[in-house]
Design a protein around this ligand. Sequence first.
Ligand SMILES: Cc1cc2nc3c(=O)[nH]c(=O)nc-3n(C[C@H](O)[C@H](O)[C@H](O)COP(=O)(O)OP(=O)(O)OC[C@H]3O[C@@H](n4cnc5c(N)ncnc54)[C@H](O)[C@@H]3O)c2cc1C
Length: 347
Amino acid sequence: MAGTKHITIVGGGLAGLTLGIGLRQRDVPVKIYDAGNYPRHRVCGEFISGRGQATLERLKLRELLGQAGSVCAQTAAFFSETKSTVPRSLPTPAICISRFTLDAALAKRFRELGGELREGERSRIEDFGEGIVRATGRRAQAEKNGSPWFGLKIHARNVTLAADLEMHVSSRGYVGLCKINDGEVNVCGLFRKYADENGESKNRRELLRGQLGSSLRERLASAKFIENSFCAVAGISLRPQQAAARAEICIGDAITMIPPVTGNGMSMAFESAELAIEQLAAWSRNKLTWNEARQKIARDCDAMFARRLAWAKWLQHIILAPALQNPLIAFAARNGRFWRMAFERTR
Ligand SMILES: Cc1cc2nc3c(=O)[nH]c(=O)nc-3n(C[C@H](O)[C@H](O)[C@H](O)COP(=O)(O)OP(=O)(O)OC[C@H]3O[C@@H](n4cnc5c(N)ncnc54)[C@H](O)[C@@H]3O)c2cc1C
């Protein structure tokens, strides 16, 4: 297209595909590289909640998710080793859909809009200079001795939940259960690694079933697990970062990863992609320099995410502190305002 510069996005996850779709809706030529192929399972709670839902509406993608079979979550309940809450209405409903379906639906829409998607191709680009956006997901952890966190996910059938979203916390971490498309339930958890632990995925997978006698174990007693949906990810860093500190244009987890317990990372991927669309379209039409676009996108992302990242850090800390879990759930059972506030402040 004459007078319109081309944009390359490295990473075809939620952030990269959403940005690609938004740019194609504005006739900007776009190429996306993704190391994987579609459809594919990802470690994710598959619970979309927060302002990203409005982004999906604005980009005309909400209907696409509905057509792909997304379900609406309206209630949530919390469980610790000895305490539980009754199911409570979520302050705002969430959208639940498997990443297997979601990523593939977005990839298809991007191609329908004329985008070039190179799947199964890991980009070797090292210099993210003009025209190249980083949407490569979470960064390798930079903590001393490695990150103690790893995530696991599997889908199951034959599970009856007390609420659309159930959160089960334990001394190792948490497991979230939520209803998704096709009558399946997503079973996804974040766990703390022990220093002397043998990291075989077979042993780790058992963590998703919960300890003997726990409410999680009981809930999954008759579950039929869908083996090929199992996936794992390690080295998760939960230290908040700022977009302005990056020399590149970054979106989604490539900026920073919000603690998964908030269920807001996908929303941040959609929102950051949306914040980048107009600036990159302006660069493509020679109305902004690359550096101006980078600064504006970073400033907008940091302004949008700073408060929720601060609350999320605090929330993650208290939810995953074993000594606080029983008192916290007992308090949440008595006081509906407490967890409504935590929910609202982290999105
Ligand atoms: C345990 C756990 C539970 C979670 N639960 C939830 C939840 O319930 N709700 C929620 O909103 N969020 C949740 N999240 C977070 C959510 O999954 C992420 O925030 C979201 O996937 C970020 O999207 P992204 O596009 O930035 O990154 P990704 O979805 O990770 O996509 C990055 C893409 O980049 C590609 N890539 C990387 N490097 C290259 C390269 N060099 N060349 C080509 N391609 C490359 C990868 O293949 C990948 O497809 C959870 C995360 C974890 C770990």
